[in-house]
Design a protein around this ligand. Structure first.
Ligand code: CP
Ligand code: NVA
Length: 305
């Protein structure tokens, strides 16, 4: 792996390797075993959007790996004043050993990798959120002991989370069912690929999607950048709330996950959220371990891996 720009960059074997390493790093962290695999490395973290989990898990993750993390807000960088990404990429490549970027356009992440000479990790774009989905797959695998054959159901907006969950779930041998309103379907390229797979189902009916699911996943109806559509989206997503009634369609004891931040009373009820809080916060913790595994793979010297 040279970069992590989107979930489709990872083969099934690469996903398994990352999850195995993430499990090992989590174990070492819990047992106080140091793993300074990025000693002497400087990693830039570029944020054009807000973040709690991604920022804190990357900053602490780099620290735990013995490296230096630089938080680079676009409010302060010249990129925020119009310096081209091509120039930013070539400059930062001369100072840093790796970059994580959270931004709007997927093309910006692709260009950073194209024009720079250091590995790039996508920390969320409008199109995808691969770091979150690696943590999600890690959490499901920890819970059930495997991924293959399990049914993952996603309810809500066909957004960055939906796009990455579809690719990640199918690639690891899961069955994936998705329910979105007609106007909020996942990206066309993701659907075109997924629809070739008999394990994929898409519908506008949340209960149909949730039938016999082992894992039910949702996300906000109003992603970052969509704030002006708030009222319209709340109307359009009526009926797509993950509530007790919907959970009755899933397998008994099914997991519920949410990448957070969660908006109770909209995409998920307070009750379902709190009933599954252990799973949801384990998922949030696993961001740290999964991303450390990605960083070791991309940024560490071969002899230290
Ligand atoms: N799930 C997630 O990416 O959270 P943040 O937006 O807080 O980073
Ligand atoms: N779909 C959400 C995910 C937040 C982590 C957003 O893009 O805002």
């Amino acid at each position: 792996m040279k970069n992590l720009l989107k979930m489709a960059d990872l083969s099934r074997d690469e996903i398994t390797q990352i999850l195995d390493l993430a499990d090992q790093l989590k174990y070492e962290r819990k047992h106080g075993i140091p793993h300074p695999k990025l000693a002497g490395k400087s990693i830039g973290l570029i944020f054009q959007k807000s973040s709690t989990r991604t920022r804190v898990s990357f900053e602490t993750g780099v620290y735990q790996l013995g490296g230096q993390a630089l938080f680079l807000s676009s409010r302060d960088l010249q990129i925020g004043r119009g310096e081209p990404v091509q120039d930013t990429a070539r400059v930062l490549s001369r100072y840093l050993n790796g970059i994580m970027i959270r931004t709007y356009a997927q093309k910006e992440v692709e260009d950073l990798a194209k024009y720079g000479s250091i590995p790039v990790i996508n920390g969320l774009t409008d199109y995808c959120h691969p770091c979150q989905v690696l943590a999600d797959l890690m959490t499901v695998r920890e819970h059930y002991g495997l991924l293959e054959g399990l049914k993952m159901c996603y309810i809500g907006d066909g957004d960055n989370m939906a796009n990455s969950l579809i690719v990640g779930g199918l690639r690891t041998g899961m069955k994936v069912s998705v329910a979105t309103p007609e106007k909020y379907r996942p990206a066309a390229d993701v659907l075109a690929e997924a629809e070739k797979n008999p394990d994929f189902q898409i519908t506008t009916n949340p209960k149909e999607a949730a039938a016999d699911a082992d894992v039910v996943i949702t996300d906000t109806w109003i992603s970052m950048g969509m704030e002006s559509e708030k009222e319209k989206r709340i109307r359009d997503f009526t009926g797509y709330t993950v509530d007790d009634d919907l959970m009755k369609c899933a397998k008994s004891g099914a997991m519920v996950m949410h990448c957070l931040p969660a908006y109770r009373g909209y995409e998920i009820t307070e009750k379902v959220f709190e009933d599954h809080a252990d799973e949801i916060f384990e998922e949030a913790e696993n961001r740290l371990h999964a991303q450390k595994a990605v960083m070791v793979d991309l940024f560490a010297d071969p002899e230290t891996k």
